[in-house]
Design a protein around this ligand. Structure first.
Ligand code: RIB
Ligand code: CA
Length: 329
């Protein structure tokens, strides 16, 4: 049993709140993870693999935190570590739709995944590229039954929307980490990395009016991993939990902030698991595809496109849910 008070950063938790139960969902959701692993991506992927609520149909990779070869290899390494060779990996976009890709981020450490001890991939990436597979899989599944959890730049999803609209509109829900509404950006004053890296892709996905839930920095910065969480995860004795503890530890090493680290991408999985922990509003948004420093910035604009956006979260409850899913794995 994971002690929820281990998750606080030495603050009282306040009135004891019933933890969100790990309820075996009536039926696991068929889920695709589109990702640029990346330390926080890796934590989200391991959380999804640990949770009975997801049937992971495949992982599609995109360049972002680091180059496409490394993000694809890291996806394979995480699956090998989790003993999940049943999950195929499909390599996706090596660069944004129409502008140069970002320089690799040092934030994600050695090999783009914090230098943690992961095995080599057991299963090679599939021959089909990500968008070809996405289209075929979506056309093959009952419409509306497949969720896409997007953890990186939206290039693959945009290519699907632009090139295979009949397949794209069969997506049940896209839950994407990206953007900043009232929160300052992490690239420019208003731009967040995933949308900044490929703003044309973000604009295309928003304009598609597909069922999109955006998980911006406004909430991800309030789900903060502490050393207490690392201790809780490591003490669980469960391999996936311990690996997440190591990934968080490496996150601490890669930055000056030693107190806590925001779990950006895992918030996508946490929203899928417990949307009741988040406050969502519909905002009419436009995506800046003009300027360089503000590329990808979101503006609430009456003539924009309606998007469901998470603007609030019960941060400690979300961390508790993450720890309990991993400790129960
Ligand atoms: O801004 C945070 C996002 O950028 C996360 O997805 C992180 O992995 C990086 O890709
Ligand atoms: Ca990411």
């Amino acid at each position: 049993m994971v002690k929820s008070n281990a998750l606080s950063d030495n603050r009282t938790l306040g009135p004891e709140k019933a933890s969100t139960p790990i309820m075996p969902h009536a039926k696991p959701r068929v889920t695709i993870i589109d990702t640029d692993p990346g330390i926080d991506d890796a934590i989200g992927i391991l959380l999804a693999l640990a949770s009975p609520a997801f049937t992971i149909a495949g992982i599609t990779t995109v360049a972002g935190n680091i180059g496409i070869e490394t993000t694809t290899r890291n996806a394979g390494r995480l699956l090998a570590f989790a003993g999940r060779e049943d999950v195929p990996v499909f390599q996706g976009a090596a660069a944004p739709l129409s502008r140069p890709g970002p320089e690799p981020l040092n934030l994600h450490g050695e090999g783009g995944i914090g230098g943690v001890d992961l095995p080599d991939p057991i299963r090679e990436p599939e021959g089909l590229n990500a968008v070809e597979w996405l289209a075929g899989f979506l056309l093959d599944q009952p419409a509306g039954t497949v969720d896409v959890l997007a953890l990186g730049p939206l290039t693959n999803i945009a290519r699907l929307v632009l090139g295979q609209p009949d397949a794209a509109k069969r997506i049940g829900r896209i839950i994407a980490m990206g953007g900043a509404i009232h929160e300052h950006g992490n690239v420019g004053p208003r731009s967040e990395f995933n949308l900044w890296a490929d703003p044309e892709a973000a604009a295309a996905v928003v304009a598609s009016r597909l069922p999109l839930v955006l998980i911006p920095l406004d909430v991800t910065r309030r789900v903060r991993a502490t050393r207490a969480l690392v201790e809780t995860l490591s003490a669980s004795g469960k391999p996936l939990a311990s690996m997440v503890g190591s990934l968080i530890e490496s996150y601490f090493e890669s930055t000056a902030n030693r107190e806590s680290r925001p779990l950006h991408d895992p918030c996508v999985m946490l929203f899928a698991l417990a949307p009741e922990l988040f406050r969502v509003e519909e905002l009419s948004l436009s995506v800046d595809i003009g300027s360089v420093e503000e590329a990808g910035a979101l503006t609430i604009d009456g003539s924009g496109t309606p998007v469901q956006v998470a603007l609030g979260v019960e941060g400690l409850a979300a961390l508790d849910l993450l720890a309990r899913h991993l400790a129960a794995s």
